[in-house]
Design a protein around this ligand. Structure first.
Ligand code: FE
Ligand code: FE
Length: 192
């Protein structure tokens, strides 16, 4: 399935708003890939499909994860919406014919982040944050930071995400903490 066919299929399954968000993430990911010398087509496709599992009703997420053999941790069990990321990777493969493991992993990690991310994984995580329809205090600053320094932008995005999660009073996914710690330690070691 090529990009156009995937977009056509996705447009049938997602709400208008989420489909527009997906196109925004796709274009923003392409821009970041161009800026940092990553594969533009992979970034476009990963961005397009990152939320493809939002087509699964939220009360079916746990069941669908079990069917795909995804190991669900305590946080995901309590907040199954988090599973749309790893499930998105499963659907991208099964329903959209994506075989590239780098694209699949970028989709799987787009909600939580994690340690030692590839540039493509950082690009999809950030594009989800800063695509044109996103509007929150500081989004423009994050947009320009992303074009300047992926790691600095990732740290700012992790911080933003943690603030939000704490404000909402919900559980923090360990991968977000691990990702943030990893980057902070890496930057400290590099400056010694
Ligand atoms: Fe998402
Ligand atoms: Fe998204």
């Amino acid at each position: 399935m090529d990009y156009k066919q995937a977009a056509e299929k996705l447009s049938q399954l997602l709400s208008n708003k989420r489909f527009r968000h997906s196109l925004g993430v796709s274009q923003t990911a392409a821009d970041l890939a161009a800026r940092f010398g990553e594969d533009i087509d992979k970034a476009k496709l990963a961005g397009l499909l990152h939320d493809c599992a939002r087509s699964i009703p939220s009360n079916n997420l746990l069941q669908t994860a079990a069917a795909f053999g995804i190991v669900v941790n305590d946080v995901e069990y309590r907040q199954p919406l988090l599973l749309h990321a790893p499930l998105g990777a499963c659907l991208a493969q099964k329903e959209y014919g994506v075989t590239d493991p780098h694209i699949l992993k970028a989709i799987a990690l787009h909600t939580t982040g994690g340690r030692n991310l590839s540039n493509l994984e950082k690009i999809i995580y950030l594009a989800d944050f800063i695509e044109p329809s996103r509007d929150f205090p500081g989004v423009d600053k994050l947009r320009s930071l992303a074009l300047d320094d992926l790691d600095a932008a990732m740290l700012a995005a992790y911080d933003q995400s943690l603030h939000y999660v704490i404000e909402q009073g919900v559980l923090i996914h360990p991968a977000t903490i691990e990702g943030r710690n990893y980057l902070l330690l890496q930057r400290q070691n590099n400056s010694i």
